[in-house]
Ligand binder design. Structure first.
Ligand code: NAD
Ligand code: UFG
Length: 339
């Protein structure tokens, strides 16, 4: 029988691309989302692109009654848990909302999984749990530290899973630490549309390129990096989504708790990203140097060896595809899914 995967937060940026990848690799998918940071249209687009239908539950992952209903009705065999809040800056302004959504959501999900006997979980963590790295590239054994409430919810989420596995070794838990996902589906029909002013670099650059904003604000040019601007490991959203399907292999190996970096291993600076997108868009993208953004680090990129060796996964798409698909999505959907 085909596996049935519950995808919480399946309408969001990473969730919708992963649902598409799961359907294209012959998995049965059930989505739970409350659309607090997404639009139902993303799931309509996934249905159109794959030609496949799947159940969508509109509700909150903290609602245990709803979770119980879903597990009973859909015979869920594994869960990919994306649902949560993710804005670093906002998390310092409304920390309680972040702890509530990200941690109560995880706890209630685990409690229901325990009660129904479903032990397979993939958890969305983040490279933010490495704090300000002492050594690069980052391996999964690097020291962990966090500086903001969002990051703390991810680190606490990981700790909850480690405690759970220590208490009951029958679980199959996979923690994925994402680096910086960017880009969109090559069709230009599925992508990320941040609400308000984008806090992430690439959506901001593409909004400048299409005239929605004046210039890119480069936060700091005096870091200890080759050109002085911040360096990150940008990963194409399709590669990241494929990483989840690859990680599901761990579920077939009995039980365990494993952690993988999902990054490319290649760092690019802010100025390199602006140049890459300028080339793709065929126009100069104006920028100005600003002071450093509080809490930012100089450089962060992954050592992705473990995922390659144990999951047979590695990123395949480079900067050119990331820029091309990010720009196509922005150009075709200046208002996101509202159009
Ligand atoms: P997103 O906001 O696009 O998607 C999250 C989805 O979860 C949204 O559709 C939202 O409506 C839904 N949601 C939020 N709270 C919910 C709740 N209580 N019940 C049901 N649905 C709920 O974010 P994303 O970029 O797709 O991120 C997915 C996961 O990956 C998050 O856990 C995020 O913290 C993590 N992550 C993201 C990044 C990144 O740069 N995008 C990096 C590292 C980790
Ligand atoms: N930057 C600018 N101008 C902008 C936005 C960003 O110069 O308008 C710079 C930042 O200073 C940084 C780089 O571009 O050097 C990338 O910044 P992002 O905000 O796009 O990404 P971060 O690395 O700060 O954070 C992202 C996610 C976090 C996640 C982290 C690690 O937003 O949730 O990657 O995975 F934790």
């Amino acid at each position: 029988m085909a596996e049935t995967i519950l995808v919480t937060g399946g309408a969001g940026y990473i969730g919708s691309h992963t649902v598409l990848e799961l359907l294209e690799t012959s998995h049965r998918v059930v989505v739970l989302d409350n659309f607090s940071n997404s639009h139902p249209k993303s799931l309509e687009v996934v249905k159109e692109l794959t030609g496949q239908a799947f159940p969508v539950y509109v509700g909150d992952v903290r609602d245990k009654g709803l979770l119980e209903q879903i597990f009973q009705k859909e015979e869920v065999t594994g869960v990919i848990h994306f649902a949560g809040f993710k804005a670093v800056g906002e998390s310092s302004q409304i920390p309680l909302a972040y702890y509530d959504n990200n941690l109560v959501g995880l706890l209630h999900l685990l409690e229901v999984m325990q009660s129904v006997g479903c032990r397979n979980l993939i958890f969305s963590s983040s490279a933010t749990v490495y704090g300000d790295p002492q050594e690069l590239p980052l391996t999964e054994t690097a020291p962990l530290s966090v500086t903001n409430p969002y990051g703390r919810t991810k680190l606490m989420g990981e700790e909850i899973l480690r405690d759970l596995f220590a208490a009951d070794g029958s679980w199959n838990l996979v923690i994925l630490r994402y680096f910086n996902p960017i880009g969109a589906h090559p069709s230009g029909r599925l992508g990320e549309h941040p609400q308000g002013i984008p806090s992430n670099l690439v959506p901001y650059i593409t909004q400048v390129a299409c005239g929605l904003r004046d210039h890119v604000r480069v936060f700091g040019d005096n870091y200890a990096t080759p050109d002085g601007t911040g360096v990150r490991d940008y990963i194409h959203i399709q590669d990241l989504s494929r990483g989840h399907v690859a990680a599901m292999k761990r579920w077939a190996t009995g039980s365990g708790l494993s952690v993988y970096n999902l990054g490319t291993g290649q760092g690019y600076s802010v100025l390199e990203m602006i140049r890459g997108l300028s080339q793709t868009a065929g126009q100069e993208i104006p920028y100005q140097i600003y002071s450093r953004r509080p809490g930012d680090i100089a450089a962060c990129y992954a050592d992705p060896t473990k995922a390659r060796e144990e999951l047979g996964w590695e990123a395949q798409l480079g900067l050119e595809e990331m820029c091309r698909h990010a720009w196509k999505w922005q150009r075709l959907n200046p208002n996101g899914f509202q159009d």
